[in-house]
Design a protein around this ligand. Structure first.
Ligand code: SAM
Length: 304
């Protein structure tokens, strides 16, 4: 379905939990909900059925940390089997995945896995996330790649990250043919945005040329460089709201059309779900206002 600004809305991000086993300095996923507050998987699937009828065929499973919720693999399998669903992908910190989970993701045909990884430096990773598990994360990324899963790395442009760490991430991605995308930090619950931008990262590289290839459904732009391919997602300095094709379902059943705005409605147990969803989509705000203000809620609560 199209919204009032003629944007085709076809992508839904579903947060299945706001709990996270990491506690990233800029995200904070620790003040978790009790299990009763969050939607049951059956409720989420019912909401997805209606979404599919409205033309939404692409789903991203997120959180909190989606792999922290029991039963997430069966849920993904059910969603994958739903008529009208084109793609189901997941975004994870990859620290809770066991070999059998990754094998299951492969078997059920997950269409893509985004791994969030802000540094490869052991100490810096621990400082950012509060956990000493970088080796496991890297191991899991490489295992997923080895069994043919489509893995991408998302890395938030943090001011405290050293240039060398950015370069190491770019080299790691290119060595293993894993697309790496740097994402500007958005002012969610504090006043910080990335002061570092795409320009700063590209200035560390040589022979930079725009790469017009599309490597997914998202708003990333890619560049070819002397160290290989590097992607960027610039919600603040390269605002792409005019191309935004997504809505978000929070783990408590709140359907939001914009990360920034306090729009949306609780769609839990609604008999008029289709009408509500149409209204939310149609009235999707024209754009965020991160230039002027912050969202006032942490990413882990909405589902980043
Ligand atoms: N735990 C999962 C993961 O790590 O991918 C899913 C949820 S996490 C909130 C999703 C993504 O949002 C992560 O890549 C995280 O780095 C990013 N994120 C959190 N806060 C952010 C912010 N203020 N600006 C930009 N990205 C943010």
């Amino acid at each position: 379905m199209y919204d009032q600004y003629n944007r085709k809305i076809e992508y839904m991000r579903i947060s299945i939990t706001d709990r996270c086993n990491l506690n990233c300095t800029y995200c904070k996923g620790f003040d978790a909900l009790t299990h009763n507050d969050i939607l049951r998987y059956e409720e989420i699937l019912d909401i997805c059925k209606v979404a599919v009828q409205l033309g939404i065929g692409y789903f991203k499973i997120t959180g909190g940390e989606p792999c922290a919720r029991k039963g997430y693999l069966s849920f993904i399998e059910s969603l994958k089997k739903m008529d009208g669903v084109h793609e189901v992908t997941i975004t994870t910190n990859a620290s809770l995945l066991k070999k059998e989970d990754m094998d299951t993701l492969k078997r059920i045909g997950i269409d893509g896995i985004n791994v969030s990884l802000d540094t490869l430096d052991k100490e810096c990773y621990k400082e950012i996330t509060g956990k000493d598990c970088i080796d496991l994360v890297v191991h899991n990324i490489l295992y997923m790649k080895s069994i043919g899963l489509h893995v991408k790395i998302n890395s938030v442009l943090l001011d405290e990250t050293r240039d060398e760490e950015f370069l190491n991430l770019i080299d790691f991605g290119n060595l293993h043919s894993i697309p790496i995308r740097f994402i500007e930090r958005m002012p969610m619950k504090d006043d910080k945005v990335s002061h570092r931008t795409k320009k700063d990262i590209l200035s560390l590289l040589d022979n930079v040329e725009i790469d017009k290839n599309k490597y997914g459904n998202g708003p990333a732009s890619y560049y070819q460089t002397n160290r290989g391919t590097v992607g960027f997602i610039e919600p603040v300095h390269g605002k792409f709201c005019d191309q935004c094709n997504r809505i978000r379902l929070t783990s408590t059943g709140y359907l939001k059309a914009c990360l920034f705005h306090k729009d949306g409605m609780n769609v839990r147990n609604r008999t008029n779900l289709e009408d509500m969803m149409k209204e939310i989509i149609y009235n999707k705000p024209q754009g965020h206002d991160f230039e002027k203000d912050m969202a006032g809620i942490s990413m882990s609560k909405i589902g980043g």
